[in-house]
Design a protein around this ligand. Structure first.
Ligand code: GUN
Ligand code: FE
Length: 451
């Protein structure tokens, strides 16, 4: 086991409200977890001398700040090559004519490997220390994705996509049957749990029905039973667009959330992407089951034609984090998703049609600010995943990003005398990959600027 080490400097996190630890000493134990956190140590603290003389203290400079690593709750790994394209098409057409033909190509393991390596490296460079990945229907390529995450040191949930519905899935990209989809999902769970070097569960499996329209009732029920039996996470899409929402209503006679619940797919370890069109009964059901929502604001602009009522759903007590939804969203940066969450909430609040009088244009009380967006991108994601990540707190994993003011490729500039909240505001509203100097996952340095 690695040795205990420590990091000293300004740190900001969001247990509930945003909290600045002005001169934090965080001690990281050999298992990559946080042992202790002192928010403001004195320069005379004897532990500093001990760690320093042992060469086991990282001291942040005045122009550096530490944040919890970012948690991206919704990434389609195979869609990375189409980032930014065809977003002018409606969801159903985008899937059939652009996305499924691309995903089919992951039968080719060499292609899969080259895309997945580039994606995992890119996300780590953006400060995404945890990602929830949908892959494709291909078991070998999905296994490779899990191995790449483990080798690169990224915390991940990895799911082999299940989709067997004859009408919604093309002949050349569909599970042969519910039975084979369930068997392959089980094989992935076993594979990931047995990966050498994965004893601490850095990479975990997720049962991944694509969305209700793409899955038969038999498949949904089988996956629900498997998730319960294996005790693993579930990820899927929920009421993303008018089309998807109404399609499920027509087929199942109920909402997505209810259909998922009937199949046993709605539990404390379930993450529902989008959830734009859930009603009050759905929200109550999701809260009751303890499931979480991955809010994907950028993708919602293109495919949902609606803004997720984030503020209302937070007030309802739902557990919510952020997702990039690569490639429904055209950015790999979770800081961009955070900005979009703020911007979309403002559009919902003010409304968008200038032909209407201001008083009738929007939905009052909808806005969130950078503090909420930051919380969703870190602690919120951790809560949604039901794991101790996203905070600087004893017992939590040390997953962190260090940002630095004034880097040559960066955008963020802050001064040592700036308040923590001001620094955070600049970072959330303007920051990105170029501002990140170092990234740690489970206490391991996985990315250093220039490295
Ligand atoms: N619904 C079903 N599949 C997908 C997908 O790949 N992306 C998005 N955004 N929505 C989906
Ligand atoms: Fe998606």
């Amino acid at each position: 086991m690695a040795e205990t080490w420590a990091i000293l400097g300004r740190a900001i996190h969001a247990p509930a409200a945003v909290e600045t630890l002005p001169r934090a000493l965080i001690i990281i134990t050999g298992d990559g977890k946080i042992g202790t956190v002192d928010p403001s140590v004195s320069p005379q603290d004897t532990r500093l001398r001990a760690f320093r003389s042992a060469g086991r203290l990282i001291e942040l400079a005045e122009d550096q700040v530490l944040l919890p690593g970012l948690v991206d709750l919704h990434v389609h790994a195979p869609q990375f090559p189409q980032l930014g394209t065809a977003l002018d098409r409606p969801l159903a057409e985008w899937l059939q004519t652009h996305t499924f033909p691309l995903e089919r190509r992951y039968a080719d393991l060499a292609f899969a490997e080259s895309v997945y390596q580039r994606l995992v490296d890119t996300l780590l460079a953006h400060g995404t220390t945890t990602a929830l990945y949908f892959s494709t229907i291909h078991l070998p390529a999905t296994q490779r994705l899990a191995e790449i995450c483990l080798a690169r040191g990224q915390r991940a949930l990895v799911g082999r996509v299940a989709m067997d519905h004859l009408e919604q899935c093309p002949d050349d990209y569909r599970d042969a049957s519910a039975e084979t989809a369930i068997a392959d999902t089980r094989a992935l769970i076993d594979f990931i749990r047995a990966m050498p070097g994965n004893d601490a569960g850095l990479v975990r499996p997720a049962v991944t029905p694509r969305f209700v329209p793409a899955c038969t009732d038999e498949l949904l029920a089988g996956l629900g039973a498997l998730a319960r039996e294996a005790g693993c996470h579930v990820q899927t899409h929920c009421s993303e667009s008018d089309w998807a929402h109404h399609h499920v209503k027509a087929r199942c006679g109920c909402s997505d959330a209810e259909a998922l619940d009937r199949a046993g797919l709605l539990g404390r370890r379930s993450v529902l992407a989008h959830a734009n069109f859930i009603g009050p009964a759905d929200a109550a059901r999701i809260r009751l089951r303890g499931a979480a929502v991955a809010h994907c604001p950028l993708s919602n602009i293109y495919f949902a034609g609606a803004v997720f009522p984030l503020r209302v759903m937070l007030a309802e007590g739902l557990r919510i984090g952020l997702g990039s939804d690569i490639a429904g969203g055209a950015s790999a940066s979770l800081f961009e998703a955070a900005r979009q969450a703020v911007a979309c909430s403002r559009m919902l609040e003010s409304g968008t049609n200038p032909a209407l009088p201001a008083a009738r244009r929007g939905v009052p009380g909808s806005r969130v600010d950078f503090r909420t967006a930051f919380r969703l991108a870190t602690a919120g994601g951790g809560e949604a995943r039901d794991l101790p990540i996203g905070l600087f707190r004893p017992g939590y994993a040390f997953d962190a990003v260090m940002l630095q003011s004034g880097l040559p490729d960066g955008q963020v500039v802050f001064a040592p005398e700036d308040e923590g909240e001001t620094v955070l505001e600049r970072i959330v509203m303007g920051g990105g990959r170029g501002d990140i100097a170092a990234v740690w996952v489970a206490g391991r340095l996985v990315r250093a600027r220039g490295g």
